[in-house]
Write a protein of this length. Structure first.
Length: 315
Protein backbone atom coordinates (compact mmCIF):
# COMPACT_ATOMS: atom_id res chain seq x y z
CA UNK A 1 0.00 0.00 0.00
CA UNK A 2 1.24 3.57 -0.58
CA UNK A 3 3.07 5.29 2.27
CA UNK A 4 1.38 8.26 3.92
CA UNK A 5 2.96 10.99 6.04
CA UNK A 6 1.22 11.91 9.30
CA UNK A 7 2.01 14.60 11.86
CA UNK A 8 1.74 14.76 15.65
CA UNK A 9 2.72 17.04 18.48
CA UNK A 10 5.11 15.87 21.18
CA UNK A 11 8.41 14.04 21.26
CA UNK A 12 7.25 10.71 19.86
CA UNK A 13 4.23 8.74 18.67
CA UNK A 14 3.79 7.06 22.07
CA UNK A 15 3.21 10.41 23.84
CA UNK A 16 1.22 12.19 21.11
CA UNK A 17 -2.43 13.05 21.76
CA UNK A 18 -3.64 13.30 18.15
CA UNK A 19 -2.58 12.41 14.62
CA UNK A 20 -2.94 14.87 11.72
CA UNK A 21 -2.66 14.73 7.93
CA UNK A 22 -1.16 18.23 7.52
CA UNK A 23 1.99 19.90 8.85
CA UNK A 24 -0.06 22.71 10.42
CA UNK A 25 -1.90 20.03 12.43
CA UNK A 26 -5.39 21.31 11.64
CA UNK A 27 -6.84 18.21 9.95
CA UNK A 28 -7.26 15.07 12.06
CA UNK A 29 -6.30 11.74 10.55
CA UNK A 30 -9.21 9.36 9.98
CA UNK A 31 -10.32 7.10 12.81
CA UNK A 32 -8.41 3.82 12.77
CA UNK A 33 -5.27 2.04 13.92
CA UNK A 34 -1.78 3.45 13.32
CA UNK A 35 1.65 1.97 14.11
CA UNK A 36 5.08 3.46 14.65
CA UNK A 37 8.17 2.69 16.72
CA UNK A 38 6.95 -0.80 17.59
CA UNK A 39 3.59 0.27 19.03
CA UNK A 40 0.04 0.56 17.71
CA UNK A 41 -2.56 3.18 18.73
CA UNK A 42 -6.19 3.73 17.77
CA UNK A 43 -7.42 7.21 16.87
CA UNK A 44 -11.06 7.94 17.72
CA UNK A 45 -12.70 11.31 17.00
CA UNK A 46 -9.32 13.00 16.69
CA UNK A 47 -7.75 11.53 19.84
CA UNK A 48 -5.20 8.73 20.16
CA UNK A 49 -6.02 6.01 22.68
CA UNK A 50 -3.56 4.06 24.82
CA UNK A 51 -0.62 2.40 23.07
CA UNK A 52 0.09 -1.31 22.93
CA UNK A 53 2.86 -3.44 21.48
CA UNK A 54 2.37 -4.08 17.79
CA UNK A 55 2.62 -7.89 17.73
CA UNK A 56 2.96 -8.04 13.96
CA UNK A 57 6.05 -5.83 14.19
CA UNK A 58 7.98 -8.48 16.12
CA UNK A 59 10.16 -11.00 14.41
CA UNK A 60 10.99 -14.24 16.16
CA UNK A 61 14.60 -15.29 16.44
CA UNK A 62 15.60 -18.20 14.21
CA UNK A 63 17.49 -21.45 14.61
CA UNK A 64 21.27 -21.78 14.27
CA UNK A 65 21.23 -19.93 10.95
CA UNK A 66 18.82 -17.30 12.24
CA UNK A 67 15.84 -15.49 10.79
CA UNK A 68 17.13 -13.79 7.63
CA UNK A 69 15.79 -10.29 6.94
CA UNK A 70 16.65 -8.42 3.75
CA UNK A 71 16.27 -4.73 2.92
CA UNK A 72 13.31 -5.03 0.56
CA UNK A 73 11.65 -1.61 0.36
CA UNK A 74 14.40 0.20 2.22
CA UNK A 75 15.76 3.57 1.17
CA UNK A 76 17.73 6.34 2.86
CA UNK A 77 16.97 6.50 6.57
CA UNK A 78 16.60 4.26 9.57
CA UNK A 79 15.29 0.66 9.46
CA UNK A 80 14.08 -0.84 12.76
CA UNK A 81 13.61 -4.51 13.67
CA UNK A 82 11.91 -5.47 16.95
CA UNK A 83 12.97 -9.00 17.93
CA UNK A 84 11.46 -11.42 20.43
CA UNK A 85 14.44 -13.57 21.51
CA UNK A 86 12.27 -16.28 23.08
CA UNK A 87 12.55 -17.90 26.48
CA UNK A 88 16.31 -18.48 26.57
CA UNK A 89 19.29 -16.38 27.62
CA UNK A 90 22.75 -16.15 26.12
CA UNK A 91 24.32 -14.39 23.15
CA UNK A 92 22.38 -13.64 19.97
CA UNK A 93 25.11 -14.09 17.35
CA UNK A 94 23.66 -11.75 14.73
CA UNK A 95 25.27 -11.88 11.27
CA UNK A 96 25.21 -8.75 9.11
CA UNK A 97 26.08 -8.80 5.41
CA UNK A 98 26.68 -5.11 4.52
CA UNK A 99 26.84 -5.24 0.75
CA UNK A 100 28.49 -2.22 -0.89
CA UNK A 101 26.62 0.90 0.23
CA UNK A 102 27.53 2.25 3.69
CA UNK A 103 25.24 1.10 6.50
CA UNK A 104 25.41 1.12 10.29
CA UNK A 105 23.89 -1.35 12.77
CA UNK A 106 23.10 -0.46 16.39
CA UNK A 107 20.99 -2.28 18.96
CA UNK A 108 19.48 -2.16 22.43
CA UNK A 109 18.04 -4.73 24.82
CA UNK A 110 15.00 -3.75 26.90
CA UNK A 111 16.33 -3.06 30.41
CA UNK A 112 19.82 -4.23 29.44
CA UNK A 113 22.86 -3.48 27.32
CA UNK A 114 23.03 -1.37 24.17
CA UNK A 115 25.41 -0.37 21.38
CA UNK A 116 24.97 3.10 19.91
CA UNK A 117 28.31 3.09 18.04
CA UNK A 118 28.07 0.12 15.68
CA UNK A 119 30.58 -2.58 16.70
CA UNK A 120 31.30 -5.68 14.61
CA UNK A 121 33.94 -8.26 13.79
CA UNK A 122 34.23 -9.16 10.11
CA UNK A 123 35.42 -12.58 8.98
CA UNK A 124 37.91 -10.78 6.67
CA UNK A 125 38.48 -7.27 8.03
CA UNK A 126 38.34 -8.05 11.77
CA UNK A 127 37.16 -5.44 14.30
CA UNK A 128 35.29 -2.63 12.53
CA UNK A 129 33.04 0.21 13.70
CA UNK A 130 30.37 2.67 12.61
CA UNK A 131 29.20 2.77 9.00
CA UNK A 132 30.59 -0.21 7.10
CA UNK A 133 30.58 -1.17 3.44
CA UNK A 134 32.44 0.35 0.50
CA UNK A 135 33.79 3.85 -0.08
CA UNK A 136 31.39 5.42 -2.57
CA UNK A 137 29.62 8.67 -3.51
CA UNK A 138 32.13 10.78 -1.60
CA UNK A 139 31.79 8.76 1.62
CA UNK A 140 35.33 7.71 2.61
CA UNK A 141 37.42 6.52 5.53
CA UNK A 142 39.42 9.76 5.43
CA UNK A 143 36.45 12.14 5.56
CA UNK A 144 33.45 10.10 6.67
CA UNK A 145 30.40 11.73 5.08
CA UNK A 146 32.36 15.01 4.68
CA UNK A 147 29.77 16.98 6.65
CA UNK A 148 26.81 15.67 4.65
CA UNK A 149 23.65 14.42 6.33
CA UNK A 150 21.09 12.24 4.55
CA UNK A 151 17.37 13.02 4.59
CA UNK A 152 15.10 10.00 4.54
CA UNK A 153 12.47 8.12 6.50
CA UNK A 154 12.13 5.94 9.57
CA UNK A 155 10.98 2.42 8.64
CA UNK A 156 9.59 -0.35 10.86
CA UNK A 157 9.66 -3.99 9.81
CA UNK A 158 6.24 -5.70 9.94
CA UNK A 159 6.66 -9.46 10.27
CA UNK A 160 3.02 -10.07 9.38
CA UNK A 161 3.29 -8.52 5.91
CA UNK A 162 7.08 -9.04 5.56
CA UNK A 163 7.44 -5.38 4.54
CA UNK A 164 9.07 -2.18 5.74
CA UNK A 165 6.63 0.64 6.46
CA UNK A 166 7.67 4.29 6.78
CA UNK A 167 6.18 6.00 9.83
CA UNK A 168 8.09 9.31 10.08
CA UNK A 169 10.85 11.42 8.57
CA UNK A 170 14.40 10.64 9.67
CA UNK A 171 17.75 12.25 8.83
CA UNK A 172 20.94 10.20 9.08
CA UNK A 173 23.36 12.63 10.78
CA UNK A 174 26.72 13.51 9.25
CA UNK A 175 29.50 11.27 10.56
CA UNK A 176 33.26 11.42 10.90
CA UNK A 177 36.22 9.43 9.65
CA UNK A 178 37.76 6.03 10.36
CA UNK A 179 40.07 7.48 13.03
CA UNK A 180 37.08 8.64 15.08
CA UNK A 181 35.47 5.20 14.67
CA UNK A 182 32.47 6.57 12.81
CA UNK A 183 33.12 4.43 9.73
CA UNK A 184 35.22 1.50 8.52
CA UNK A 185 34.87 1.31 4.75
CA UNK A 186 36.86 -0.66 2.21
CA UNK A 187 38.15 0.36 -1.19
CA UNK A 188 35.71 -0.03 -4.08
CA UNK A 189 37.92 -2.43 -6.03
CA UNK A 190 36.27 -5.18 -8.13
CA UNK A 191 34.41 -7.43 -5.72
CA UNK A 192 35.12 -4.91 -2.99
CA UNK A 193 32.39 -5.42 -0.44
CA UNK A 194 32.88 -6.08 3.25
CA UNK A 195 32.28 -9.70 4.19
CA UNK A 196 30.05 -11.13 6.92
CA UNK A 197 30.14 -9.24 10.22
CA UNK A 198 29.18 -10.82 13.55
CA UNK A 199 27.37 -8.74 16.20
CA UNK A 200 26.95 -10.44 19.62
CA UNK A 201 23.89 -9.20 21.54
CA UNK A 202 23.76 -10.37 25.20
CA UNK A 203 20.39 -11.52 26.55
CA UNK A 204 20.60 -11.84 30.33
CA UNK A 205 16.83 -11.86 31.01
CA UNK A 206 14.69 -14.28 28.99
CA UNK A 207 12.14 -12.62 26.72
CA UNK A 208 13.82 -9.20 26.72
CA UNK A 209 12.78 -7.21 23.65
CA UNK A 210 15.66 -6.45 21.29
CA UNK A 211 15.62 -3.45 18.94
CA UNK A 212 18.03 -3.56 15.99
CA UNK A 213 18.48 -0.45 13.84
CA UNK A 214 20.15 -0.22 10.43
CA UNK A 215 20.91 3.26 9.05
CA UNK A 216 21.30 3.71 5.27
CA UNK A 217 23.11 6.71 3.73
CA UNK A 218 22.21 5.96 0.11
CA UNK A 219 19.19 4.57 -1.69
CA UNK A 220 18.85 0.91 -2.68
CA UNK A 221 21.31 -0.68 -0.22
CA UNK A 222 21.97 -4.40 -0.56
CA UNK A 223 22.44 -5.63 3.00
CA UNK A 224 20.86 -8.55 4.81
CA UNK A 225 20.86 -9.54 8.48
CA UNK A 226 20.45 -12.92 10.18
CA UNK A 227 18.98 -13.02 13.72
CA UNK A 228 19.44 -16.34 15.58
CA UNK A 229 18.07 -17.18 19.01
CA UNK A 230 20.33 -16.68 22.04
CA UNK A 231 22.59 -19.49 23.17
CA UNK A 232 24.70 -19.92 26.29
CA UNK A 233 28.38 -19.80 25.35
CA UNK A 234 30.70 -22.71 26.14
CA UNK A 235 33.68 -22.14 28.47
CA UNK A 236 37.30 -22.54 27.33
CA UNK A 237 40.05 -22.91 29.94
CA UNK A 238 42.51 -20.03 29.85
CA UNK A 239 45.03 -18.08 31.89
CA UNK A 240 44.49 -14.69 33.41
CA UNK A 241 45.55 -11.78 31.24
CA UNK A 242 49.23 -10.94 30.81
CA UNK A 243 51.07 -8.00 29.27
CA UNK A 244 52.80 -10.11 26.60
CA UNK A 245 52.57 -13.45 24.85
CA UNK A 246 55.76 -14.60 26.60
CA UNK A 247 54.33 -13.75 30.02
CA UNK A 248 51.01 -15.47 29.19
CA UNK A 249 52.80 -18.66 28.13
CA UNK A 250 54.31 -18.94 31.61
CA UNK A 251 50.89 -18.93 33.31
CA UNK A 252 48.60 -21.81 34.27
CA UNK A 253 45.03 -22.15 33.01
CA UNK A 254 43.17 -20.97 36.10
CA UNK A 255 40.05 -19.35 34.62
CA UNK A 256 37.79 -19.53 31.55
CA UNK A 257 36.79 -17.41 28.58
CA UNK A 258 33.80 -17.64 26.24
CA UNK A 259 33.83 -17.07 22.52
CA UNK A 260 31.50 -16.08 19.69
CA UNK A 261 33.02 -17.52 16.54
CA UNK A 262 33.49 -15.30 13.51
CA UNK A 263 35.80 -17.67 11.62
CA UNK A 264 34.47 -21.17 10.85
CA UNK A 265 37.14 -23.23 12.58
CA UNK A 266 37.63 -25.52 15.58
CA UNK A 267 39.78 -23.29 17.75
CA UNK A 268 39.66 -19.68 18.85
CA UNK A 269 41.57 -17.51 16.41
CA UNK A 270 41.97 -14.00 15.04
CA UNK A 271 38.70 -12.07 14.49
CA UNK A 272 36.69 -14.17 17.00
CA UNK A 273 34.92 -12.36 19.87
CA UNK A 274 35.95 -13.30 23.44
CA UNK A 275 34.04 -12.67 26.68
CA UNK A 276 34.27 -13.35 30.40
CA UNK A 277 30.64 -14.55 30.81
CA UNK A 278 28.24 -17.07 29.29
CA UNK A 279 25.94 -14.40 27.82
CA UNK A 280 28.61 -12.38 26.04
CA UNK A 281 27.86 -9.29 28.11
CA UNK A 282 31.44 -8.46 29.17
CA UNK A 283 34.33 -8.52 26.70
CA UNK A 284 37.76 -9.69 27.82
CA UNK A 285 40.09 -6.86 28.71
CA UNK A 286 42.87 -5.96 26.28
CA UNK A 287 45.64 -8.41 27.11
CA UNK A 288 47.30 -11.72 26.18
CA UNK A 289 45.66 -15.01 27.26
CA UNK A 290 46.87 -18.61 27.13
CA UNK A 291 44.62 -21.48 26.00
CA UNK A 292 45.26 -25.15 25.24
CA UNK A 293 44.88 -26.61 21.74
CA UNK A 294 45.18 -30.21 20.52
CA UNK A 295 48.05 -32.46 21.54
CA UNK A 296 48.91 -30.54 24.69
CA UNK A 297 50.04 -27.50 22.74
CA UNK A 298 49.33 -24.03 24.04
CA UNK A 299 48.39 -20.86 22.22
CA UNK A 300 48.32 -17.22 23.30
CA UNK A 301 45.58 -14.86 22.13
CA UNK A 302 46.15 -11.13 21.78
CA UNK A 303 42.83 -9.47 22.57
CA UNK A 304 41.83 -5.91 21.68
CA UNK A 305 38.30 -4.45 21.90
CA UNK A 306 36.97 -7.89 22.79
CA UNK A 307 38.21 -9.39 19.52
CA UNK A 308 41.19 -11.68 19.01
CA UNK A 309 43.76 -9.61 17.15
CA UNK A 310 46.31 -12.39 16.67
CA UNK A 311 47.67 -15.61 18.16
CA UNK A 312 50.98 -17.41 18.60
CA UNK A 313 52.11 -20.84 19.78
CA UNK A 314 53.85 -21.10 23.10
CA UNK A 315 57.36 -22.60 22.78
Amino acid sequence: MPLTTYYFEGLDFASATSLYTDADMTVYAADGYYSGGGIVRQQVAGFLLNSSICSTCYIGCGGPQGTLISNRGSEVGKMTLVVNPGATTGAMEVEFYPGQLPAKVTWSVDGGASDSVGLYSSEVEGYVTGFIGTETAGITNALGSNGTSFVGSSYLYDNNTVTWGADDAYTVPAFGNAVSGDCTLINASPGGDMKKCVIPIPITVAGSEVTITIENCLANPTWSISVPCPRVLNPIACSVGAASAVAACALSLTTVLYTVKVIDSTYVEAKDWVFSDVNGATILADNHYKIEVSGGNYLTLEVENGVVKGSSLCP
